[in-house]
Design a binder for this molecule. Structure first.
Ligand SMILES: C[S@@+](CC[C@H](N)C(=O)[O-])C[C@H]1O[C@@H](n2cnc3c(N)ncnc32)[C@H](O)[C@@H]1O
Length: 229
């Protein structure tokens, strides 16, 4: 299959399918994890500031519990290629918005310069379908995985309302790659595990730290998987 960029209409339509089909990941992973990260910040401050990169048509912060939402005193959003602000924030969020960014490491370094270091440590939070997120040098503060994430799509031979009819061989590829759930026999399920990666200003301090504490040699067995990464 050749690769062709999607028109804005096709992008919107595909995005709607993804959002409708992955509600469980937002409900069971993204919103609870984000709420947990925000709690210590909102408990320590009268209000917090957030920057959301690539929110799409609606902000993820709108789905947080009332108590947390009410504490957001300053909110800014950036859509493609506008990440040039000078302000700093308590939270910079990339929720499924890093896929098209060529140098994820450069974007991350930029984002780290945009989070506050005091009085509370600001957080850069990335939600990403796991498997392809490597920042190289910056060190994570926290990671979490949601292995049960799925995207559920109706399989009813209907065409979408934009663009050309869906070719039969595309449907065949989807039916080969997807599986059918027992409860939704007219749906195809695609496994879509999610990862959350959280970084703070300290992400770039490893070289400074290793001048004082030498790294363990690679032959040492380390039980904690987070300490291993
Ligand atoms: C898959 S959507 C995710 C939308 C929303 N965050 C969510 O989780 O439902 C990806 C979003 O990232 C935005 N995006 C893509 N490249 C970007 C860039 N270079 N800078 C900022 N936003 C970008 C897109 O415009 C789109 O809104």
């Amino acid at each position: 299959m050749g690769q062709k960029p999607l028109s804005d209409e096709q992008y919107r339509s595909a995005f709607d399918v993804l959002v409708q089909g992955s509600k469980m990941s937002y409900r069971d992973f993204i919103i609870p994890q984000l709420s947990q990260l925000l709690r210590p910040l909102v408990d320590a401050q009268s209000s917090i500031s957030v920057l959301e990169v690539g929110p799409g048509p609606s902000s993820i912060f709108g789905h947080l519990p009332d108590r947390l939402r009410r504490k957001i005193g300053r909110y800014a959003a950036f859509q493609p290629n506008s990440l040039f602000a000078n302000e700093t924030y308590d939270i910079v969020l990339f929720c499924h918005s890093m896929y098209g960014m060529k140098s994820k490491r450069r974007v991350m370094e930029h984002a780290l310069r945009m989070v506050k270091n005091r009085p509370q440590k600001g957080l850069v939070v990335v939600f990403h379908r796991s498997g392809s997120l490597h920042f190289e040098d910056p060190v994570c503060h926290k990671m979490a995985f949601f292995g049960n994430g799925v995207v559920r799509v109706v399989d009813d031979n209907q065409d979408t309302d934009v663009g050309n009819p869906i070719p039969a061989d595309w449907r065949q590829v989807c039916r080969t790659l997807g599986r059918r759930g027992e409860a939704y026999s007219n749906h195809l399920l695609f496994s879509a595990p999610e990862a959350m990666v959280v970084l703070t200003h300290d992400a770039t301090s490893l070289p400074e730290l290793t001048t004082q504490v030498p790294l363990a040699d690679s032959g040492t067995t380390i039980k904690n998987w987070m300490a291993r990464s």
